[in-house]
Design a protein. Structure first.
Length: 117
């Protein structure tokens, strides 16, 4: 299993970024996909989750109305569109697929998002 995030960077408050996570090594369309983030000195937290076919999504309260998770099963890619970014959104963002109990719980390497003026 390989998950490769991209799209992070430095953005001013109020700005937007779109993260991508390219997946390989498993049947992408069979699994929920989740974005997590971890800020310095804090625990990793769930940001958003999308079901295998994209029919249902879940968001942390802190990002609801600002972030949108989506997926393209033809490209084996999950996205996180982040709008109206705030300094408190600064973190390393990770892509995750949990295929337990029959498979692994897998993470990408993370992509840094910094929101600062």
């Amino acid at each position: 299993v390989q998950l490769v995030e991209s799209g992070g960077g430095l953005v001013q408050p109020g700005g937007s970024l779109r993260l991508s996570c390219a997946a390989s090594g498993f049947t992408f369309s069979d699994y929920e996909m989740t974005w997590y983030r971890q800020a310095p000195g804090k625990e990793r937290e769930l940001v958003a989750r999308i079901t295998s076919r994209g029919g249902s999504t879940y968001y942390a309260d802190s990002v609801k109305g600002r972030f949108t998770i989506s997926r393209d099963n033809t490209k084996n890619t999950v996205y996180l569109q982040m709008n109206m970014l705030k300094p408190e959104d600064t973190a390393v963002y990770y892509c995750n697929v949990d295929r337990r109990p029959l498979g692994s719980n897998s993470w990408g390497q993370g992509t840094q998002v910094t929101v600062s003026s």
